[in-house]
Design a protein around this ligand. Sequence first.
Ligand SMILES: Nc1ncnc2c1ncn2[C@@H]1O[C@H](COP(=O)(O)OP(=O)(O)OP(=O)(O)O)[C@@H](O)[C@H]1O
Ligand SMILES: [Mg+2]
Length: 174
Amino acid sequence: MLRIDGLHTYCGHGHILQGVDLEVPPGRIAVVLGRNGVGKTTTLRSIIGLASPRSGRVLLGDKDVAGWPPHRIVRVGVGYVPEGRMIFPDLTVVENIQVAQRLPAKQWSMERLFTLFPSLAERRRNKGAQPSGGEQQVLAGARALVTDPKVMLLDEPSQGSSNSRNTSYYERHG
Ligand SMILES: Nc1ncnc2c1ncn2[C@@H]1O[C@H](COP(=O)(O)OP(=O)(O)OP(=O)(O)O)[C@@H](O)[C@H]1O
Ligand SMILES: [Mg+2]
């Protein structure tokens, strides 16, 4: 489903990714581990198009999306939960999800998300800055799911999510 071949990405003059290979077959979970600053976030940003790989391939099915802009890569079926969540603080919980909802979701309706994540349902009219760190992490996951992705990229997904109600989705579905 997702395969990265020989990815090289620079940040400024820094040659950060020096030939990264990774394969995630359908239905599988791949975990990237490494010390701070080793390039985990840069790898995910290179897949979703927020960083431009200088060479190498990012294959989603049979499409090489390396260098495509993020909005096109999302349309091909990649959901992205960024490190640090990046919730819009002045939009409500519902509005944070709606900004990512291009069309009526085929699989992930607002109702389905609120059933899975009851902590979000309780806070649906709160501003994005008000939920706790873990609740904002769940909101970032919901915002990615509403694009109906085939592949989810989660950068530091457990950050702040120690509440069992919030983590239950990830435990059940990976
Ligand atoms: N925009 C940038 N400009 C210059 N250097 C950058 C930029 N973004 C990342 N880097 C550098 O690239 C390297 C990899 O950073 P990256 O954020 O990918 O690491 P990470 O593995 O996600 O680290 P952490 O575990 O701390 O999240 C670091 O040395 C970082 O300083
Ligand atoms: Mg990181």
